[in-house]
Design a protein around this ligand. Structure first.
Ligand SMILES: C[S@@+](CC[C@H](N)C(=O)[O-])C[C@H]1O[C@@H](n2cnc3c(N)ncnc32)[C@H](O)[C@@H]1O
Length: 290
């Protein structure tokens, strides 16, 4: 039987916009989000030191999703919270939020980040060191307005880092040949092959679905990977896994990362065309269908 650890966390909107609006945006702000290619910039608070966490997204990414899909005071969750970028965005935007991560070190780092703000915070952000399969133990049904995350990209980090997208003179940096996986916990999705990964995602999101409000959005940032000289379309595994869990795909957005790519080497030329892996990632937008 599932243990009951329900959190006492607010989830109702505190703004005075129309109840049938999905967010607090004006028409002018809404129009900007209609372009399906999104670009983000890192700010000083973003953590880009791979020895703290190997795969952090910019705070601006969850911030945009939170603004687009929630009202002030509503509840956001991140099932793979890492060092808490989603919760920092929720704190900025006065949303309640709960983040889960298997790795205690990341949760402790995320808590430290959240304690650093001087902003007045009328909402609550909570971090939980647990497997995201256990999320239903913590939250009530139909309380979550948005689930936004970047899960591991299957076992992509489980191999030595070759820095192939860097120029040859920069490749041999301190992370060259390092294996930078999140953990060796067999429940860590970053240790799984793509089939086990997709099954694990389905089980986790089956648990999340009843916690979401009707038509609440569920956003997943993911990238495809190279594995043993084959291109593996991780985003397709994620779409299939989420649909199997009962979510419906609404939009496929592209995170254009060209502004973040620098010092790139020529690889493949002149006989093997391979696009640079680092130039874009997927942002998959699902919702809980009626
Ligand atoms: C791509 S990272 C997320 C980084 C995060 N977006 C940030 O900006 O800090 C994926 C995270 O999923 C966590 N993880 C992997 N399997 C998990 C599971 N079964 N339950 C909870 N967390 C898990 C890893 O520890 C890792 O921190």
């Amino acid at each position: 039987m599932m243990e009951n650890k329900k959190l006492n966390i607010a989830y109702k909107k505190t703004c005075d916009c129309q109840p049938n609006h999905i967010n607090c945006l004006t028409a002018k702000e809404w129009v900007k989000s209609q372009v399906g290619i999104w670009e983000f910039f890192y700010e000083k608070r973003d953590i880009r030191d791979k020895s703290i966490h190997p795969a952090v997204f910019p705070i601006a990414l969850p911030a945009k999703c939170i603004e687009l899909f929630t009202h002030k005071g509503e509840l956001v969750i991140d099932p793979f919270a890492g060092i808490g970028s989603t919760l920092v965005a929720a704190q900025d935007l006065q949303r309640n939020a709960v983040g889960f991560d298997l790795n205690e070190r990341y949760i402790e780092h995320a808590k430290k980040r959240l304690s650093q703000t001087r902003l007045e915070n009328s909402a609550q952000q909570v971090l939980i060191n647990d497997d995201s399969i256990n999320i239903p133990m913590y939250l009530e049904k139909e309380t979550v307005a948005l689930c936004v995350t970047s899960p591991p990209y299957a076992h992509m980090l489980n191999k030595p880092r070759l820095n192939k997208s860097m120029r040859a003179d920069k490749r041999n940096n301190k992370h060259y040949n390092e294996v930078q996986q999140y953990s060796d916990n067999p429940r860590d999705l970053g240790t799984m092959n793509h089939d086990d990964y997709a099954n694990a995602l389905t089980e986790i999101y089956k648990g999340i679905l009843p916690l979401m409000k009707p038509r609440a959005h569920c956003v997943i940032n993911v990238n495809d990977v190279w594995w043993e000289n084959k291109r593996i379309p991780t985003h397709i595994y994620v779409v299939n896994a989420l649909e199997k869990a009962g979510f419906a795909l609404r939009n496929v957005l592209v995170w254009d990362k060209r502004n973040l790519v620098n010092g790139v080497g020529i690889f493949g030329w002149p006989n093997n065309y391979i696009k640079l892996g680092a130039t874009f990632e997927y942002i998959l937008d699902f919702w809980k269908p009626d």
